[in-house]
Design a binder for this molecule. Structure first.
Ligand SMILES: C=CC1=C(C)c2cc3[nH]c(cc4nc(cc5[nH]c(cc1n2)c(C)c5CCC(=O)O)C(CCC(=O)O)=C4C)c(C)c3C=C
Ligand SMILES: [Fe+2]
Ligand SMILES: [Fe+2]
Length: 345
């Protein structure tokens, strides 16, 4: 009898609401922000913050934002990520079983793992679609997969993909898309805007007991032993690699961080505070690339393409263009398929 030994692949993104309507957005935010790796404060404080402040106020505000970017096919994050999964599945062929799922809401991570196992995958490659490591994104996916596996009698072999912030194929993919923008849009400045994180998270990731990260101006200038898990240092590394590849001139690009939530300090500089500085220097046509996201989503389409653009125009800028994310770009799909093949050897 021939053994069924197909390799399972779990492509995981953060999560998105089932619809842009307030009750669905509220359910999504509730699950997302109840995660102690996302809001890392004592459980009672998190519960109260969520129930009394965040959910009542943010659900309808975010619902409105989602409605401005929602596609006929659904959430942009879902649409692009599932198209990527289809491409990757085709490229990998029949020896692999590919499932796409979300850490929060649907398609459920738990159901995806069970589906892979039921279809005969004894080895599963867990691939969080986050280029840079953070406990709030990568860490929580690994934790959830571990919990699901722990509850199984027959535990499949699990292979966790590492962050790919400096993977040459990832860098090349963004460069290819950026080159297309350059040709038509001709930016005079490029902003690399990443999802933010509370500064506290960065300090907790410091491997030198708080002596390195955010202790000096240059802490994120290179990857070293102390900042191996530092999300901010990995973001700066991604910027350097893409800027290098694109031969961007020294003073024509900068890194910043968007999507702040709450009042505690988040990693700096903040995107909305950097834009006025760039405008003051006389730049007019700005391209914004968001390499913390491999798929366009609320944070790129609404926060950058709509809101940052409005801000830029009000600052006297001529135009702002969002560099589309990798989505299901054919080159990027091949890069992902090759990373998976490499990991399954
Ligand atoms: C790059 C990976 C991400 C990290 C790290 C991350 C951390 C993080 N996020 C929040 C709060 C929110 N994020 C929201 C949306 C959102 N976040 C990511 C990715 C990361 N988040 C993505 C891809 C998206 C888009 C989802 C979509 O449906 O398009 C939201 C919801 C939207 C809103 O109300 O603004 C919140 C809230 C925190 C607090 C955090 C780390 C502490
Ligand atoms: Fe987020
Ligand atoms: Fe750092």
């Amino acid at each position: 009898m021939k053994l069924n030994n197909r390799i399972g692949v779990l492509l995981v993104n953060v999560g998105t609401p089932d619809s842009p309507e307030t009750p669905d957005v509220r359910r999504y935010l509730k699950e997302f922000l109840s995660d102690p790796r996302v809001i890392d404060i004592p459980a009672l404080a998190r519960f109260l913050l969520l129930r009394l402040i965040i959910l009542p106020f943010r659900s309808s505000k975010s619902s409105h934002a989602y409605k401005t970017v929602w596609l006929p096919e659904g959430s942009p994050l879902m649409y692009h990520s599932s198209n990527l999964a289809k491409n990757v599945s085709q490229l990998l062929g029949e020896n692999y079983l590919v499932e796409f799922c979300m850490r929060y809401q649907n398609p459920s991570l738990e159901k995806a793992i069970h589906k892979l196992v039921e279809n005969g995958a004894h080895k599963i490659i867990v691939f969080p679609l986050f280029p840079q490591y953070s406990s709030a994104a990568t860490g929580t996916v690994f934790e959830k997969v571990g919990k699901i596996a722990n509850s199984m009698w027959n535990v499949p072999q699990l292979i966790y993909m590492p962050p790919f912030y400096n993977n040459p194929g990832f860098i090349e993919s963004f460069s290819i898309i950026y080159k297309d923008i350059m040709r038509e849009f001709k930016p005079d400045f490029t902003l690399f805007s990443y999802h933010g994180l509370p500064e506290r998270h960065i300090v907790k990731s410091d491997l030198s007991d708080g002596r390195h990260c955010l202790q000096k101006e240059s802490c994120c200038n290179e990857i070293c032993n102390e900042n191996f898990y530092c999300y901010r240092a990995q973001c700066y590394d991604t910027t350097r690699s893409i800027a290098n590849k694109m031969q961007l001139k020294k003073d024509t690009f900068v890194t910043s961080f968007q999507s702040r939530l709450g009042r505690s300090p988040w990693i700096k500089p903040y995107t909305d505070l950097v834009l006025p500085d760039i405008a003051k220097k006389g730049f007019k046509r700005i391209a914004v690339m968001c390499p913390a996201f491999v798929a366009d989503c609320l944070e790129t389409l609404e926060e950058i393409q709509i809101r940052a653009k409005e801000q830029w125009l009000s600052l006297g800028g001529e135009d702002l263009k969002l560099v589309p994310s990798l989505n299901s770009n054919p080159y990027w799909s091949e890069v992902v398929a090759n990373m998976i093949k490499q990991a399954s050897k």
